[in-house]
Design a protein around this ligand. Structure first.
Ligand code: GLN
Length: 240
């Protein structure tokens, strides 16, 4: 107990001390080395769900193509797996979760077990930006979601004490916060055009710039605000 109090005094996030946190009503193991799921990221899950429900209504079910049970969601920069795992629970899809960092991938594995979704989630421990390793999944591309690091140098300077305990690799997006996004659209741009849905989370004030990067690679851009009125999720619905 004393040790826990001391850790809290040193600014360690409550979520790390508890070891588990809720996202979309599901439990997720968290701790040093993995980003704590944020409530605003639930918007990504909402959006994919809505899209799948709409797709189901608009396309005859016998077509099969758009039933969410058959959909493969590619969850990039998966971290705890909160987005992908919640989607399995909500819409019964399959998920390929890509996570580069070993420490985070360990949490991802625990969370797959904790939520009993072993049969629906495949992990790829790899770098989203190195195309070679990911080439083979192009054919399965259907829905792509990503919550990458996007905080700017300035924002990193003024982080809350708690956030400083989270992995910088999950937070920092370079000086203006957009380095990951620039690299990502360079590598993934064309293949995202083939996706049925692409959706990403962006930082406060980044919707215009990230939207432009998406348009530059031929993606249509729609925006969704979070509960604070911040444009938080950008998405590009392909053909239903
Ligand atoms: N939303 C997180 C924060 O504000 C940042 C997570 C991210 O960069 N994807 O701390």
């Amino acid at each position: 107990m004393k040790e826990t109090v001391n850790r809290r005094i040193k600014g360690e996030p409550l979520q790390y001390l508890l070891g588990e946190w809720e996202f979309y009503g599901y439990p997720f193991k968290v701790g040093k080395g993995v980003l704590i799921p944020r409530p605003e990221t639930e918007l990504l899950v909402d959006l994919v769900k809505e899209y799948c429900i709409r797709a189901k209504q608009e396309i005859s079910p016998k077509d099969g193509l758009c039933s969410s049970e058959g959909a493969t969601v590619l969850d990039l920069c998966a971290g705890t797996g909160c987005v992908g795992i919640s989607l399995v629970k909500e819409i019964g899809c399959n998920v390929i979760a890509v996570e580069k960092y070993k420490e985070a991938a360990e949490y991802l594995k625990s969370n797959i077990k904790l939520n009993n979704v072993e049969n629906n989630v495949t992990i790829i421990e790899d770098d989203v930006l190195s195309l070679k390793q990911l080439l083979f999944i192009t054919e399965q591309l259907s829905i792509v979601v990503i919550n990458p690091p996007y905080l700017s140098g300035c924002e990193m300077q003024s982080l809350q004490a708690e956030v400083r305990h989270e992995p910088q690799t999950a937070l920092y997006g370079g000086n203006d916060g957009l380095d990951f996004y620039r690299a990502f659209f360079n590598v993934w741009g064309e293949r995202l055009q083939k996706a049925r849905l692409f959706a990403c989370e962006v930082g406060d004030g980044q919707a215009g710039a990230v939207g432009q990067l998406m348009e530059n690679v031929g993606l249509r851009v729609e925006k969704r605000k979070d509960f604070n009125g911040i444009e938080r999720v950008l998405f590009s619905p392909g053909a239903l």
